[in-house]
Design a protein around this ligand. Structure first.
Ligand code: SAH
Length: 256
C-alpha cells in the first residue's frame, strides 16, 4: 500500500528537521521538494528519485495542478512518496490542495509537521511571539493574494493582533506599512524583519511601521515582517543594534 507523506522540511537549516522527517526521507522512493528546502535536507533521501517543484515569487513555478497530479501518479508506482515542503506543510504551503487531490484519488497520506519560519525567526531574535501583559495573541498572515482569489482581510487581522507575522510580504513593504498606518496602526509600532531565518546568511533588522513606509529593505532571501510591541528595541544591552548604512532608519541586529 503506497502512501504520500507531506513533510515539513523546517525553515532552512538542515538540522531543524524532525527525526520522523529524516527517517521518511531515508526510506522514500521519490521526493518532490520545494525551492526553499536546503540541498542537504534533500540529500537525506539517498535512495529516492528527487524532483524539484520549486516555487519562488516572481519566477516561473511548477503549476500546483501539475504537482497534485504528479503526487497521485507517483503513489501509483511507488510505495513511499515524500512531498517535502519548506517550514511546516500546513502553513501557507497549499497543502490542502495536495491533500484534496490525494483524497479524491483514494490515496492515503500523512502530514509530518515542521518548524515554521516564524518560530525559527523568533528563536534567532531571542524575542518571544507572546509576552505576559504585552502580547497575548499572534496572527500568521499574508498580504499576498493569488490570481483570481477573493480580497483578503489581512489588514484587519494584523491591526487586531498583538503580534503579527507576515509571510510572503517582502515585495510590498512600503505599501504594507502605509496601509497599516492608514488603518490606524501607530507609525511607531515596532517591526522586526528576519531574512533567511536559521541559515548562515540570516539577517535581522529592527524598524517601525513609519520607518518601513519611508524606506523598504532590499532583501534577496525569504523574509518575514514581524509587527508588534514585543519588537520594541528598548534595551541595547539585550538586543545589540548597529546602524545599517543603506537604511539609516533601520537598525540591524548583530550576531551575538
Ligand atoms: N510553509 C512555510 C511557509 C511557506 S510560504 C513555513 O511554514 O515556513 C513562503 C514564505 O515563508 C516566504 O515568502 C517567507 O515569508 C517565509 N519564509 C520561509 N522560509 C523563511 C526563512 N528561512 N526566513 C524567513 N522567512 C522565511
Amino acid at each position: 500500500m503506497s502512501k504520500v507523506y507531506l513533510v515539513g522540511a523546517g525553515p532552512g537549516a538542515p538540522d531543524l528537521l524532525t527525526l520522523r522527517a529524516a527517517r521518511l526521507l531515508a526510506e522514500a522512493d521519490v521526493v518532490f521538494f520545494d525551492a526553499l528546502v536546503h540541498p542537504d535536507t534533500v540529500a537525506l533521501a539517498t535512495n529516492a528519485r528527487k524532483i524539484a517543484v520549486g516555487k519562488r515569487a516572481g519566477e516561473v513555478s511548477t503549476d500546483q495542478r501539475f504537482i497534485n497530479r504528479a503526487l497521485v501518479e507517483a503513489a501509483r508506482h511507488h510505495k513511499i512518496v515524500v512531498r517535502l515542503k519548506g517550514g511546516d506543510p500546513m502553513l501557507f504551503g497549499r497543502a490542502q490542495e495536495e491533500i484534496a487531490a490525494l483524497q479524491a484519488s483514494g490515496i492515503s497520506f500523512e502530514v509530518v509537521p515542521g518548524v515554521t519560519a516564524a518560530l525559527a525567526a523568533s528563536a534567532s531574535l531571542g524575542i518571544s511571539l507572546t509576552r505576559r501583559g504585552v502580547a497575548r495573541n499572534v496572527a500568521f498572515a499574508t498580504p499576498s493574494i493569488g490570481d483570481g482569489e477573493a480580497e483578503s482581510d489581512w489588514l484587519d487581522t494584523v491591526f487586531d493582533a498583538d503580534t503579527a507575522v507576515l509571510y510572503m510580504a517582502k515585495s510590498g513593504q512600503e505599501k504594507i506599512a502605509l496601509q497599516l498606518i492608514a488603518r490606524g496602526k501607530s507609525p511607531t509600532t515596532p517591526v522586526a524583519i528576519v531574512e533567511n531565518a536559521s541559515l548562515l546568511d540570516e539577517q535581522r533588522f529592527f524598524t517601525t511601521l513609519g520607518g518601513l513606509a519611508q524606506s523598504a529593505l532590499t532583501l534577496s532571501g525569504p523574509a518575514l515582517l514581524m509587527i508588534g510591541e514585543v519588537y520594541a528595541v528598548t534595551n541595547e544591552v539585550d538586543v545589540m543594534v548597529a546602524e545599517q548604512q543603506e537604511h539609516p532608519k533601520v537598525h540591524q541586529q548583530s550576531r551575538c
